[in-house]
Design a protein around this ligand. Sequence first.
Ligand SMILES: [Zn+2]
Length: 387
Amino acid sequence: MTTITAKIQLYVNESQAESLRLTSKTYQKACNWLSEKVVVSKNLNQLQLNNLYYKELRQRFGLKSQMAQSVMKTVIASYKSAQSNGHEWSLVHYKSAQANGHEWSLVHYKHPSYDVVWNRDYSLNERLFSVNTLDGRIKLPFEVKGMQKYFNDDWKFGTAKLVYKFNKWFLHIPMTKGIPLLKEQDVNNVVGIDVGINFLATSYDSKGKTTFFNGRPIKHKRGQMKTTRKALQKRQTASARKRIRAIGQRENRYVRDVNHQVTKALVKRYPKGTLFVVEDLTGVRQATEKVHVKNRYVSVSWAFYQFRQLLEYKAQLYGHKVIVVSPKYTSQTCPKCGHVDKRNRNKKTHTFTCVNCSYQSNDDRIGAMNLYRKGIEYISDTVTVKV
Ligand SMILES: [Zn+2]
C-alpha cells in the first residue's frame, strides 16, 4: 500500500469563494469550541463525544450532520497526534491549559479549514470537485494537470482537507493505492513449492522444471547452535542463560534471513501471474512429520509459517498469487499415475519409487510436483486456462 497526498488548486468564483469561506470558518469555530471541552474532560471517545456534543454542535454552528461528525473526528485526531511526538502541524498551535492537575495542551485551530469525507462531503472526477457547504453542494473546476493518472480503480481517495492559503483555495487529498490481486483467469504459470529441511524449498513449474533452494546451510548452522546451547545449559549460570538467549535470537534472525532470501528468489524467478501452491504446515505435528526423527529439532513450524507469510506478501507485490492446500498425501502420491501409497516413499534415502508404475525421483521433488498438480486442479476448477 502506498499513500501520497495530492495538493490541488481549486478555481472558485466569488459566490463559491463566499460559501467556502463561511463553511471553513464555521468549521474552525466549531473545532475550537469542541477543543475547549475536550481539553477539560480529556475525553477522546467518539461515541461519548457524540452523545454529549452532537446536538449542540449542530444547533450552535448550524452544521449539517456529516460536518458535526467530522468536527469531532478532527478534534480527536488533533489531540491524539498532539500526544504522540513528531507531528507536524501548520494549522494548529498550542496554549498551555491546566486541567484536573494534569496538564493537557489546548489545541487551537488558527486558520479556517474544513475536513471532507470522500463520497459524503466531496467527490472528485476528471473535471469537477463537488463539495457540501453550508449553502448546499457546489461544483468547482480544479487544476487537473498531474492528477489524471489517479482517476482509476487503483487509487482510493481519503478524507481531504480544504485549505485557504496565499489567497487561494487548495484541496489536500490523501490517496492510497491498493495492490490489485491476481485473478484466477490471469494466472499464466503454476509453481508447486515443497518446503522441507533437506532443501529449504523445492519448486516445480509449468515447464516441468525443478529448482532446489538449498537449505543445508541452515540445518548445519542450527545444528552447531544447538550443540553450543546444550553445553551452556549444563552450566546453569546467569551468563550462560544470557548466552542461550542470545543464541536463540541469532538463530531466529538467521532463519528469517534465509526465508527472506528464498521467498525473494522465488517471486523474482517466475513471470508475473504465477500461482504458487504451498502446503499448510502451520500445525507443529504436520511440520515435524515431514522430517526425519533425528532431525526433529530443526523442524519448527514457525519457520514454515514465516516462510509462507513472506511468500504471500512478496507474491502480492510481484503480481503473483499464493494458495495454501492441505498437505495430505503430497509425499505419498505418485505424480505420474496418481497411486497413493506409504511405501512409495523411502524417508531414509530421500527417494520416491512408485510401487505401481515404478516412477522414481527425489522425494522433495515429488512434493513439489504434487503441489503443482493441485494448483492446476485449483485453476481448472475455477476457470479454464491454458498453462
Ligand atoms: Zn506411479
